[in-house]
Write a protein that binds this ligand. Sequence first.
Ligand code: ADP
Length: 187
Amino acid sequence: MDILLMGPPGAGKGTQGALLAEARGMPKFATGDLLRDAVKRGTPLGLQAKELMEAGHLVSDDLILGIVREELSKPAAGKGVIFDGVVRTIPQAEGVERLLAEQGRSMSAVLFFDVSDDEILARLAKRREIESRADDDPQAVAIRLKAYRKQTAPVLDWYEDRKLVHHIPAVGSVSEIAEKVSRVLGK
Ligand code: ADP
């Protein structure tokens, strides 16, 4: 079973994805985490992504699809993956569909974590105090939200057309939201 987590920055995809991965014994794969790690280690991938990421822009579709291809080639990914924030443009949605199809797979479900803009801004401001992520400064946040609305929101419609989307109101406690997720996915 392959599951995609979507939602605006700060919607809680990472937190819920980690819980879901543990509950289901599935690997979780987050392009944001992977890229941040590459930037920290100064790898060629990190050098390519650094400036764009820190300014709040998306990195290129080719770069993302290369990473997804590599991830899907790992034995641990053979039975299904939780894709956390991995698909953010229509070409990426098409590319991931193609890569999964090469293995006789397709996306089983898309969980959309729904939160208001006010809540997002409050959460990111709080996270900035705790984690000091370069892209949580107010200017980069504004750019990320804009990129989300312009490039990623249409991806939700793409999956809606394929009847894959489940809306999760992402407010309440972490465990309440996790409960909603497991109800939606069933056992
Ligand atoms: P957020 O969801 O809060 O933006 P992430 O940690 O998921 O945070 O992503 C951080 C950054 O990594 C993004 O702003 C973008 O630059 C880059 N990134 C992650 N995934 C993708 C993707 N699928 N396509 C393009 N860029 C991505």
